[in-house]
Design a protein around this ligand. Structure first.
Ligand code: PMV
Length: 356
């Protein structure tokens, strides 16, 4: 198919998608080539932490080879994000050559406060990639099945930010090649809906904001440090094992195995940071204080509450819906005091992106 739009068919338009963040249970940490993961990862899709992106396109008055784009974040022109997305669109030209035929404006906003210490790259890159796939469909017609449309959006999202490729799907997603499961790929994520027990479908994730500051070491620097981490080979084996156990636990509804893997993965991720050269630490004293509290509460109540962390100090507290009332009062009384400004966000597993 010729992916340049004939002059007479060019028109102006606007496409918008809202897309959620996701929380990895098995972690992607370490990459090679163009955003290929060193190991597969499995995530739950969140509901409340979302980015909405509105992509406006107008045919260029005079065609050039450059990307013409301006990005507004929360209604303010944002030169840093503009440059980032211009580069991203330029990288996508071999897939979407029509991107050089338009002047673009992107308006993007998050449902969560900007300085909440929540990474917005997954929600924002997945929202944008869905806008681009919808734009392609607008000009070239519906040539893909829904499954292939999502797979393509996931592929495109991955090129912007690895973990973004998992945000395309409702409930849960798997990204990365798993030996023995043919359909899996490093290029895109796949939906796990249909392989997830009901207990996980309305699982809660309370995001406990230990710090709202931007993290001191970016994910891309962290991934790169895995190249020379002497524990990396053992880590990649561990991830393979955890993924297989987790897939089974998700299917069977085994929340204890799920929780055990979630916590081991989070601590392994942070251990890898501490054993990088140079080493770095993203957990803070309050992260550890919260982890201790969670463990004590679990021991006392026998409730299934488990923690995980992203590449930052904030704690994600995972628990099933049937204990929401007691866990929320525990959060308010015992955990919120360790959060910056006492703040935490109540989120839960969600239905995935939506065109708006
Ligand atoms: O997608 P990136 O490059 O921001 O990396 C995400 C890394 C972790 O959040 C730590 C783990 C993951 O799988 O989401």
């Amino acid at each position: 198919m010729d992916l340049i739009i004939p002059q007479q068919e060019l028109d102006a338009g606007e496409i918008a998608w809202r897309s959620p963040a996701n929380i990895a249970i098995t972690k992607y940490w370490g990459k090679f080539a163009d955003q290929q993961p060193r190991n597969a990862s499995i995530s739950l899709t969140l509901n409340n932490a979302t980015t909405t992106s509105v992509l406006t396109f107008t045919p260029k008055a005079v065609e050039t080879d450059e990307i013409s784009l301006q990005l507004f974040f929360e209604e303010q022109a944002n030169p840093k994000f503009t440059e980032k997305v211009q580069k991203y669109f330029a990288k996508l030209l071999p897939i979407f050559p029509f991107l050089k035929q338009f002047d673009f404006t992107v308006h993007t906003k998050n449902s969560f406060p900007h300085s909440a210490g929540i990474a917005s790259s997954a929600s924002s890159m997945s929202a944008l990639s869905l806008c681009l796939c919808s734009m392609e469909e607008h000009f070239f017609g519906k040539t893909l099945s829904d499954f292939d449309f999502d797979k393509k959006a996931s592929y495109i999202a991955r090129l912007g930010s690895g973990s973004a490729c998992r945000s395309i799907y409702p409930i849960a997603a798997l990204w990365g090649k798993i030996d023995g499961i043919d359909i899996t790929s490093n290029d895109f994520a796949l939906p796990l809906e249909g392989h997830v027990h009901p207990v996980f479908m309305d699982m809660h994730d309370a995001i406990l904001m230990v710090s709202k500051a931007e993290k001191s070491v970016s994910s891309s620097v962290g991934h790169a440090l895995m190249d020379n981490n002497e524990y990396a080979p053992a880590r990649f084996e561990q991830a393979q094992k955890h993924n297989l156990f987790l897939l089974k636990a998700l299917e069977e509804g085994d929340i204890k195995i799920f929780g055990n893997i979630a916590e081991r993965e989070a601590l392994s991720l942070h251990a890898l940071m501490m054993t990088s050269e140079p080493p770095f630490l993203l957990m803070q004293p309050n992260s550890l204080a919260i982890i201790e509290k969670i463990r004590a509460y679990r021991k006392d109540t026998q409730h299934d509450i488990y923690f995980t962390l992203d590449a930052g100090p904030n704690i994600h507290l995972l628990y099933p819906d049937d204990i929401v009332t007691s866990v929320e009062s525990f959060i308010k009384s015992d955990l919120a005091p360790f959060c910056e400004g006492g703040e935490w966000l109540a989120d839960y597993v969600g239905e995935g992106p939506e065109q708006v």
